[in-house]
Design a protein around this ligand. Structure first.
Ligand code: CAA
Length: 266
């Protein structure tokens, strides 16, 4: 399928140059938070990228300087119950697995806040290049939740179990130096422009190699995680069960009402 047939989206901007498709999540007024529209468009975009003959690699980024993605859309989350919460997690996990299994190299250019679903999206990409103002974090516990788009699984594999426990249980924010040290970021650049130059340089090196070899290398590296399905299943089940708790209602209401939550443990 030639690039000229590139679809257009409401919440994403796609631009292809020299074989590299730059996909920008474009909801800057909500810090590019992932609502259902963004997720379904991301899925559609990656189906197109997979088929588009002119696209050989991908850069995923967020619009503006302030955020890559500030997480799942908390306004949408606040209405979930145990069933719809589990369904939401399974849907997001499927879409992020589609990105992880893309047979063309995918780099996340992570600028500013990459929180919750934003860190999870970056973790689903093959490589992460961050800017100096990056802030990674999985703060879902502060909403009475857990990460639901694969974060409990992918973060653990990238940073190890002990560090994943610390980061998910505290929900604390991680700046660029620490992200680099943990291997959460492959490299750090001084600005978004420099990060883009690094991403293009890395992808250009990758694209000098055979496309079939790249596809099989991605498949083989992903296969090192075979047997991972049970972990994702548990994450979705637990995410759903948390959506039925008073702590979740309190956590999401407190965010939307711009106040600190007061959790009852129920
Ligand atoms: N969902 C919905 N809206 C969001 C959002 C989110 N995750 N993050 C930010 N926004 C909105 C804010 O509500 C605000 O909208 P209004 O102007 O209409 O009030 C706008 O974006 C700008 O945000 P702030 O005014 O809060 O900006 P700030 O500079 O004061 O703070 C921030 C920035 C620290 C990133 C703060 O916005 C924040 O804490 N956001 C939420 C982060 C978070 O908890 N993410 C995890 C979500 S849960 C999740 O992702 C679950 C999952 O795994 C599936």
């Amino acid at each position: 399928m030639p690039t000229s047939e590139m679809p257009t989206f409401e919440t994403l901007l796609l631009e292809t140059e020299n074989g590299i498709c730059t996909l920008t999540i474009n909801r800057p007024d909500k810090l590019n938070a992932l609502n259902q529209k963004v997720l379904s468009e991301l899925e559609e975009a990656f189906v197109w990228i997979q088929k588009a003959e002119d696209v050989r690699a991908v850069i995923v980024t967020g619009s503006g300087e302030k955020a890559f993605v500030a997480g799942a859309d908390i306004k949408e989350l606040s209405g979930l119950d145990a069933i719809t919460g589990r369904d939401l997690a399974i849907n997001g996990q499927r879409i992020f697995s589609g990105i992880e299994n893309c047979t063309k190299p995918v780099i996340a250019l992570v600028n500013g806040y990459a929180l919750g679903g934003g860190s999870e999206l970056a973790l689903a990409c093959h490589v992460r290049i961050a800017t100096e103002n990056v802030v990674f974090g999985l703060p879902e516990v502060s909403l009475g939740l857990i990460p639901g788009y694969g974060g409990t699984q992918r973060l653990t594999r990238v940073v190890g179990k002990g560090k994943a426990m610390e980061l998910v249980l505290t929900g604390r924010m991680i700046k660029s130096d620490e992200a680099l040290g943990l291997g959460l970021a492959n490299s750090v650049a001084g600005s978004k422009g420099e990060a883009m130059a690094q991403a293009v340089e890395m992808l250009s090196k990758m694209m000098k190699n055979g496309p079939v070899a790249l596809a099989k290398a991605i498949e083989a590296i992903n296969a090192s995680e075979n047997g991972k399905d049970a972990g994702y299943q548990s994450e979705a089940d637990l995410f759903g069960s948390l959506c039925a708790t008073e702590d979740f209602k309190e956590g999401t209401s407190a965010f939307l009402e711009k106040r600190k939550p007061s959790f009852s443990g129920k």
